[in-house]
Design a protein around this ligand. Sequence first.
Ligand code: FCA
Length: 337
Amino acid sequence: MKTTKRTFFKSLAAVSICALFGFNASPVYSSSEAPMKLGFLVKQPEEPWFQTEWAFADKAAKDLGNVQIIKIAVPDGEKTLNAIDNLAANGAKGFVICTPDPKLGPAIMAKARSYDLKVIAVDDQFLNAAGEPMTNVPLIMMAATEIGQRQGEELYKEMQNRKWDVKDTAVLAITADELDTARRRTEGSIEALIKAGFPKEKIYKSPTKSNDIPGALDAANSMLVQHPEIKNWLVVGMNDNTVLGGIRATEGQGFKPENVIGIGINGTDAVNELSKPKATGFFGSLLPSPDVHGYRSTEMLYKWIKDGVEPPKYTPIGDPVLLKRENFKEELLKKGL
Ligand code: FCA
């Protein structure tokens, strides 16, 4: 206590002396310097996936020291552009963003540039006016095709475990092709199913209007009613919510869990479902690394601003773990989730 007091008075004295002689006193008070402010903007904060990214952005900020993360929900274009104005007004130096619409890429970059803010895209890649990926903006995302392929392989494996007859079985693929990462995941999944031997003509695609459970439920319902001959369904979708919508539709139409296999992607958003006392048609979920996405993107942005270290243009994050009812708690714990 005494030493703290003494140091405090010493510093105070130093500051007064500096002030007296017109020196810059800031080095004495370096720990009380204003924190570096970084934005972390996400399109769907209701998804645990994005909450996890936020939590790990905060963790990175804590480890880096004197960094503050400004978290903003950006469900549409207007909110996104307003958020960038607010960040600039608050003195932020840059932001990480999962955009609500990849086509906002040029507008986001123009606004960011006008304020001299650095930008890292996470999860969803920006598209330019011609609809091509903006490869000059650093991007960190899960390896989309690969995770999709894994979904297809695991679905096929579980179908074989259950000894289903392929002739009574079909694939319900709920698609969201406007979002490139979604398209690549579902295409990867379909490709893997065909490669494993699933008949191509029994893979039925149904586009969802929105990337949430209600949207996917509608898309699935309209496909299920068209195929009353099918006894067993494999459900493909770009993330947990999409597959969950599909599962809810099969339940609504009277299918038993034994006749449905759905495997989601994200993991974090499947915890409630996998915790249910009785198994549903939702067999499991592929958990990539939202922790790494949140942590690494923040760290990259910090180093870019502080030390001028430009992040790589593309950082793919791979190696998902398959969460099932029996292992999900343990697997999530291993990652500190
Ligand atoms: C997209 C999806 C999210 C998550 C993320 C990694 O943004 O919408 O659910 O899967 O990619």
